[in-house]
Design a protein around this ligand. Sequence first.
Ligand SMILES: O=P(O)(O)O[C@H]1O[C@H](CO)[C@@H](O)[C@H]1O
Ligand SMILES: O=c1cc[nH]c(=O)[nH]1
Length: 288
Amino acid sequence: MALLESELILNPDGSIYHLNLLPEDIAPTIIVVGDPNRVSMVSKYFDTIEVIKEKREFLTQTGVYRGKRISVVSTGIGTDNIDIVFNELDALANIDFKTRKVKSKKKQLQIIRIGTSGAIQKDIPIDSFIASTSGIGFEGLLHFYESQSVRNETLEASLNDFLGWHHLNIVPYAVDCSEELLKKFSSNRIRFGITGTNSGFYGPQGRNLRLPPRIPDFNDKLRDFTYQKQRITNLEMETAGIYGLAKLLGHQALSLNVILANRMTGEFSKNGFLAIDDLIKYALGKLT
Ligand SMILES: O=P(O)(O)O[C@H]1O[C@H](CO)[C@@H](O)[C@H]1O
Ligand SMILES: O=c1cc[nH]c(=O)[nH]1
């Protein structure tokens, strides 16, 4: 069935609505970053850049790094944007824009997030790297999709029993990373942990400037949860949505984050820019 103009929205030049991209503009390997300024921090290492396109907070650059074609796309902040970016990246790969029909042969994208995050475990140093083995979504994106087949329901049940926040309407979902990408990006340079994703930076991550959070011990409770010897290590705003939509759409995804804040010690990075640059070099090295 052909997708209606109100559903698959194309710009006058045939590009997809928000990302402003044509199908040929993206590579099968895609690095996603939150901050549009981080796109050129990645692409400055490319040998050539062939595509630079943007709209709103979505900046894309596609080029070649050591013989491999890679796209870098900024998502902005939050899983509301992840919904847009992942649906549109998948449309670019798997929908024929002329017939408006889903292609019968699907392409699988490899998507790596290079992000920043706050640790909730005291022993995780500032400027260290974390690869998220699973994402825990507090923000609700996956609840709007038929997602049972891709969620880690055992982890979810164990966490929800431990938290007991059903009466507060907080029932997080859980999705695992791509095992294949996790292996590819592993080394003794990087820590592993479960990442919590929420809809905000302040109250939803237990911060209190002038508005006290509804759950005062939010971070302590998450810190104390364990599942099969794993801990929730860090909080940010995209990973769980990325894992959920990537799995639902048949793509591989891994989220790598630099720890900028330690919420238990109260520290914040003084060298964040350098640490992010190090993670970019690490990720590019593992891709080629
Ligand atoms: O560094 P990025 O990728 O933007 O990620 C983190 O930083 C932003 C908040 O400052 C949120 O998007 C959070 O997930
Ligand atoms: O504490 C932090 C740091 C970076 N990004 C977040 O979302 N939280």
